[in-house]
Design a protein around this ligand. Structure first.
Ligand SMILES: Nc1ncnc2c1ncn2[C@@H]1O[C@H](COP(=O)(O)OP(=O)(O)OP(=O)(O)O)[C@@H](O)[C@H]1O
Length: 212
């Protein structure tokens, strides 16, 4: 079975400052903890994997969708939730959800249930400028579970959300994982193995990523 995601000679620099230099990395389906010190390159790695910022090299999904040759299909298969999400302030949560549904696809009834479960229903119609940091975080998590991704990248998903939303998040990760969706999750706090059955830890250090 081909790797869910395979990185080949991936290099990323900001101006002349090198941050990532990964000769090869292949992941099987599972739940991975992406770990590393402040500034190690975890967020950069997620943005590269999601095809959101330019980089050298190539990433291939499931052995046949290439970041170089199929950039649109590639981006549709990977969802990314930022650590500190920022959206245009005049848009409502619903505007953003419609945008995601339009570009990523997905089942509306399923999304309606997610809106309820994550507790965003009551404020989805308001502009995001009125959201607290936790409300914004829950919206970004909702968007990360929209569509039909094979890989979901969650950058510090545990911070700022309340215990109820955290329980729903753990449930969602387990449910999606059981359906074959792979997760990479950053967290400076150790991930609770009783909540999340981890397949491995991806250690980001010295510009490289190693599976430990
Ligand atoms: N837009 C940017 N322009 C220039 N340098 C950047 C930019 N974004 C990140 N960097 C640099 O790249 C390096 C990696 O940053 P990154 O945000 O990927 O680290 P991180 O592991 O996610 O850190 P943290 O745990 O603090 O969130 C840091 O040295 C940072 O200063």
């Amino acid at each position: 079975m081909p790797a869910i995601i395979a990185l080949h000679k991936v290099q990323k620099s900001y101006q002349d400052f090198p941050v990532l230099d990964i000769a090869r990395l292949e992941l099987s389906p599972g739940i991975y903890w992406l770990q590393g010190e402040n500034g190690a390159g975890k967020t950069t790695c997620m943005k590269v994997m999601a095809g959101l910022i330019p980089f050298k090299g190539e990433i291939v999904l499931q052995g046949n969708v290439s970041s170089r040759q199929h950039p649109v299909q590639f981006r549709r298969l990977i969802n990314y939730a930022e650590a500190e999400p920022l959206y245009p302030s005049f848009l409502t949560g619903r505007d953003l959800l419609e945008l995601y549904l339009g570009t990523k696809g997905g089942d509306r009834e399923h999304i309606r249930q997610l809106v309820e479960r994550l507790g965003v229903k009551g404020y989805l119609h308001n502009p995001v400028s009125t959201y607290s940091s936790g409300m914004l975080k829950k919206l970004s998590l909702l968007l990360a579970f929209t569509g039909n991704p094979i890989l979901i990248l969650l950058d510090e998903p545990l911070i700022t959300i309340d215990t109820q939303a955290l329980a729903v998040l753990y449930d969602l990760i387990r449910e999606y994982s059981a359906k074959g969706v792979t997760f990479c999750i950053t967290s400076h706090q150790p991930l609770d193995q009783r909540e999340l059955p981890l397949s491995g830890t991806l250690r980001v250090a010295d510009k490289n990523i190693t599976l430990v």
